[in-house]
Design a protein around this ligand. Sequence first.
Ligand code: PCA
Length: 327
Amino acid sequence: MKPITRLALGLAGALSLAVPALAQTKWNLPAAYPADNFHTENLVQFSKDVAEATGGKLQITVHANASLFKAPEIKRAVQTGQAQIGEILMSLHENEDPLYGVDVVPFLATSFDQARKLWAAQRPVLEKKLAGQGLVLLYAVAWPPQGIYAKKDINTVEDMRGLKWRSYNVGTSRIAEIVGAQGVTIQAAELPQALATGVVNSFMSSGATGYDSKVWESLTHFYDTQAWLPKNMIVVNKEAFEALDKPAQEAIQKAAQAAEERGWRISAAKTRWYTDQLAAKGMKVQPPSDALKAGFQKVGEQLTADWLKKAGAEGQAVVDAYRKAGM
Ligand code: PCA
């Protein structure tokens, strides 16, 4: 070997130690919730894990609070490659396919345990659908259970008539229709403003989103109906994923698994903390009265029937698999 060749090889060897084999890849991750929301913090940790495991080769920047794309636009942005990866509120896409909405069927899965089992039943079917759209499903994490926020006593479903009701998906809009409230769809990033200006005076969501929105500045009551646990899912553009080398793909999958475990754990652990915060800020945090519970169960039954009809055999199969898993 000529000395010059040896030098060149030696240099290349030294370089390959210092510089990763692939060029650095940068991904954007649009997310729809505030930077200090637990889902977003979990995403940032996920991105750190990926950076570390790939030796800094893959850098994922999280764009919180719908700063890059609005919540309903994130899925399409990732599908079309405008963003490489994104966090999506699953049930926002129930109109496209009922399967996205199984987690918001009222009272089907009302605890973290049940929601996790429902996710296990839903996941394989969803994974296939997303793959057909050029998306790789990484993981999903549930929000805390959904309750009703209002500015007055809600003792029965009839008390909901005429409320200015903020909805965030098909199901919550439908609830407005059924109870005779004025529904208006507003995503979480715009909720604080909608509350402050009085555009809405009621909504259903988790303690987390109430807390994030400083709901106590406008509203006074939280009814802990525990009606369902909606999920956020993280998906990657398939082409972008496949352009990575194998070790990077594996690093993502591994970090995703860890993020899923961590996310569910934190969501469950913070559930009580969030409602405690609402109470500490002076809100009346309480379980629904028997009458409200009964009335709301009826609303739920109607939504469930609607959903099963839309979702057909495929939806029924997911529900059956969930029930078989022992709820
Ligand atoms: N927060 C989100 C979705 C469900 C939740 O708990 C929201 O209210 O928009």
